[in-house]
Design a protein around this ligand. Structure first.
Ligand SMILES: *Cc1c(COP(=O)(O)O)cnc(C)c1O
Length: 498
């Protein structure tokens, strides 16, 4: 197996090169040349393994230039109870109706991004070593709230790396902002941007792909890489938990071996749900992939009409990690659906960049709708879902997970589909305490974040994650706000190469 670019099928690099580079030079995303197979026998064998060993098996199929020892060092370093508050790493709940929730937020920052960002530094430093690269790696991150903190925690004090995180000034929750502002580590920087997440992401992409900046870095013994979900090293770890969850469900007897399940995923940049698509195409019996959006419903429209149109109002919602109008990983899905037609991808994504809009062919739309169902809900419905799900089952979920629950319930109502469904739960409710409490108690509380956390603890009965409780006493280190046009200067300044 090798890796290509979605905008240049002739490209031929190893997984270590793809992970080290992050994004391909011409702007495309790296993608494996084939989708490896996992058999039912292999899935049954996984059921008897711990999470890190399950990850070994899945990574072994994608990172074919890594030795088993290299992979094992990465997985055991990351998926460990020193980083996660549970042996299971990803926690599968019991059934609520026909749905089961996969809690992906037991890592150090309480969001599912930890599942990938705890292992990415290991994958990246191993890749660099394999490539014989001795440059210092500069990681630039655009975040809608959760990626930034998870990347900072993953990379803090990792030798040979420096990390900078950009977040939209008014686009993250109080807890998310606090988590980043107090970040520890000698190789980290955090900066707010006057703009939204798409501005952050575009700014980072522009700096990444600017040949002049690249040259400046190289001259100073540095190179860029990416910790955003455009990096294949973010995608591969997310495939693991879908494969693992299926084995776990069958092992527990929640489903029969071979029985088809659906997966509902709260979606923003399309990374998490794309990982589920990969798991499905490897051979895990997954039927429909239910793509759940908040009121920024560009993906719902796309899946229903085949028209991707980002020319619309941008809303700040109570599920801020999904407030995105340009869904980067969709490019990988479309590459797969067009059987690797790089010219077609260049055309569509050229149009997206120039006009903010493209339309896929009827054939692609049909393929899309075969695998994906889509829906969205607004903040009022999100909060109503948190309240009702809790009243009905005693389970308190966060705002992002609630979007997936609501869209799943709408899907069932519309289709009558009773297939057992895995709902990806992407954040701890404590990360969004104000919104979750508003949902449950109907009060817009303006108390400070820690009073809210305490109150949510009383109401939900869930233990407060240690990492969030500890933030209270840490000093603020980062409070700078800059304009879009000043990002490059900020980066060069941080690197000391102005
Ligand atoms: C990032 C994030 C999402 C969206 O995931 P994508 O992979 O970007 O689709 C959903 N929920 C939470 C809590 C997140 O942090």
């Amino acid at each position: 197996m090798h890796y290509r670019s979605t905008r240049d099928s002739s490209l031929h690099v190893t997984s270590a090169e793809a992970i080290a580079q992050g994004i391909s030079a011409e702007g495309g995303l790296f993608i494996p040349s084939e989708i490896p197979v996992i058999t039912m026998e292999e899935l049954k064998a996984l059921a008897e393994m711990r999470y890190a060993e399950r990850a070994d098996v899945v990574f072994g199929k994608f990172l074919t230039d890594f030795t088993p020892e290299e992979i094992h060092a990465c997985t055991t370093g990351a998926y460990h109870t020193k980083n996660f508050d549970t042996e299971d790493i990803a926690c599968l709940t019991k059934a609520y109706g026909n749905a089961q929730i996969l809690e992906l937020w037991h890592g150090p920052t309480c969001a599912f991004k930890d599942m990938a960002l705890q292992i990415l530094p290991y994958l990246l430093t191993t890749s660099l070593k394999k490539n014989g690269e001795d440059k210092k790696v500069v990681i630039l991150v655009a975040t809608s709230g959760d990626t930034g903190k998870a990347a900072l925690e993953g990379f803090k004090d990792v030798p040979g790396t420096q990390i900078m995180v950009f977040y939209p000034e008014h686009g993250v929750s109080t807890m998310q902002k606090r988590q980043m502002a107090v970040q520890e580590g000698s190789n980290v920087a955090v900066c707010a941007l006057e703009g939204n997440f798409d501005d952050c992401q575009n700014g980072v992409k522009l700096i990444f792909t600017d040949p002049a900046v690249k040259e400046r870095l190289a001259g100073n013994g540095m190179m860029f890489s990416s910790a955003n979900s455009i990096n294949w090293g973010r995608l591969a770890p997310q495939i693991v938990y879908y494969v693992s969850a299926y084995a776990e469900m069958a092992k527990r007897g929640d489903i029969a071996w071979g029985e088809t399940i659906n997966a509902a995923v709260p979606t923003g940049n399309f990374g998490n749900i794309l990982a589920a698509y990969y798991a499905k195409n490897m051979g895990v019996p997954i039927g429909k992939l239910i793509c759940a959006s908040n009121i920024n419903n560009v993906l719902t429209d796309f899946i229903e009409t085949g028209v991707y149109d980002r020319n619309r109002k941008f809303y700040a919602t109570c599920s801020p990690s999904m407030d995105i109008l340009i869904s980067s990983n969709l490019e990988r899905l479309l590459y797969l659906l067009t059987d690797g037609d790089d010219a077609q991808i260049r055309d569509w994504f050229g149009k997206l960049a120039a006009e903010g809009r493209y339309e896929v062919t009827a054939e692609i739309k049909e393929k899309l709708q075969k695998d994906f169902a889509a829906g969205f809900c607004d903040d009022a419905e999100t909060k109503q879902t948190i309240r009702e799900f809790r009243e009905r089952y005693g389970y308190t979920c966060d705002t992002h997970t609630a979007v997936a629950v609501k869209v799943y319930l709408d899907y069932v109502k519309k289709t009558g589909d009773t297939t057992r469904t895995l709902i990806a739960s992407t954040a701890s409710p404590y990360k969004f305490s104000a919104s979750v409490l508003d949902a449950i108690e109907g009060v817009q509380d303006t108390a400070d974040e820690y009073a809210l956390v305490e109150r949510l603890g009383e109401v939900s009965g869930l233990p407060v994650p240690e990492s969030l409780a500890a933030l209270k006493d840490k000093p603020v280190r980062f409070s700078e706000v800059i304009r879009k046009n000043d990002m490059e200067a900020y980066v060069l300044g941080q690197l000391g190469i102005v």
